[in-house]
Design a binder for this molecule. Structure first.
Ligand code: ZN
Length: 96
């Protein structure tokens, strides 16, 4: 993968799914691989967001927001680009 600058993305440094959602104060309920939580992408009153605790994949049953991992979730939530979002999650190693 070629990106500007000299840093590199280290996927294994991404926080675990429970750690990430815990850090943003999003409570995941339930048991098994798919958990439920309040969706931050729309004004959610019931837990419409489904999150896979293993992969970090997420999908909102109400507004349709979806993605494959916590980095994608973080990008959509913050509106940040790949490098900046990865750096915030501690998964970007190097200068820029
Ligand atoms: Zn939603």
């Amino acid at each position: 993968m070629t990106l500007r600058g000299s840093g590199s993305f280290q996927r294994d440094r991404l926080p675990s799914t429970p750690a990430y959602f815990g850090s943003i104060g999003l409570n995941l309920r339930g048991r098994g691989p798919w958990r439920s939580g309040l969706c931050p992408f729309h004004n959610d009153s019931t837990p419409s967001l489904r999150v896979n605790v293993g992969s970090g994949a997420f999908r909102c049953m109400a507004c349709g927001a979806h993605g494959g991992d916590v980095l994608e979730f973080h990008r959509q939530r913050t509106g940040k680009g790949f490098v900046e979002a990865a750096r915030e999650l501690g998964a970007w190693v190097g200068s820029r």
